[in-house]
Design a protein around this ligand. Structure first.
Ligand code: K1U
Ligand code: ZN
Length: 190
């Protein structure tokens, strides 16, 4: 099976604001997209990923809340309904806002209605990390990012942080690509 590592869009890319369309066809190209999303999420050390984040604007989410990557889950056309008024505050992260974390309060217990990768509809109740993560990911499908819940000052800080992280990643990638040439030169001169 060929899997592709996809590029994750970074805040404040305007494509992150696109509204995702419902999935209507469950075919091999959807399966390939799901595989690509898992590979991309695991490679980025995330616990969730919405299709929006890789510039695919359909209602598709992958998630794995386990420590060892043993519990992959797929949510297609997901819907959440709060079951309580009580809010739960959690320090959230986002692969589209790398290395920036802040607390967001969301409904503590929710009902999830979705369809799995096999096209089977399911309903479940969630709290804790699953409730936090599914609400965060559904926000992505609606063009919303967790920093939207924060003050303008914090949004500016998040933007600056992302800029810095991207610059550093570009530098690291450049160094990495130069390494084999340097090693060859060192060998030639020894
Ligand atoms: O949507 C995403 O970008 C994935 C995001 C999911 C998420 C994590 C924590 C709270 C809400 C939503 C991440 O995976 S961020 C990656 C990360 O830093 C993290 C990983 C494990 C636990 C907590 C954060
Ligand atoms: Zn996110």
């Amino acid at each position: 099976m060929i899997m592709t590592l996809r590029t994750i869009l970074n805040y404040p890319d305007p494509r992150l604001r696109t509204l995702a369309k419902p999935v209507t066809v469950f075919d091999d190209s959807l399966k390939t997209l799901i595989d690509d999303m898992f590979q991309t999420m695991y490679a980025a050390k995330g616990i969730g990923l919405a299709a929006t984040q890789i510039d695919e604007h359909i209602q598709l989410i992958v998630m794995d809340l386990s420590e060892d990557g043993s519990q992959p889950r797929v949510f297609i056309n997901p819907k959440v309904t709060p079951l309580v008024d009580e809010l739960f505050g959690y320090e959230e992260g986002c692969l589209s806002v790398p290395e920036y974390y802040d607390k967001v309060a969301r409904p503590k217990r929710v009902k999830i209605e979705a369809v799995d990768a096999a096209g089977q509809a399911f309903v479940e109740e969630a709290e804790g990390l699953l409730a936090v993560c599914i609400q965060h990911e559904i926000d992505h499908l609606n063009g919303k990012i967790f920093v939207d819940y924060l003050s303008k000052l914090k949004q500016d800080r998040a933007r600056d942080k992302v800029r810095k992280v991207i610059k550093q990643r570009e530098k690291d990638a450049e160094h990495k690509s130069m390494k084999p040439i340097c090693q060859k030169r060192i060998k030639e001169h020894s």
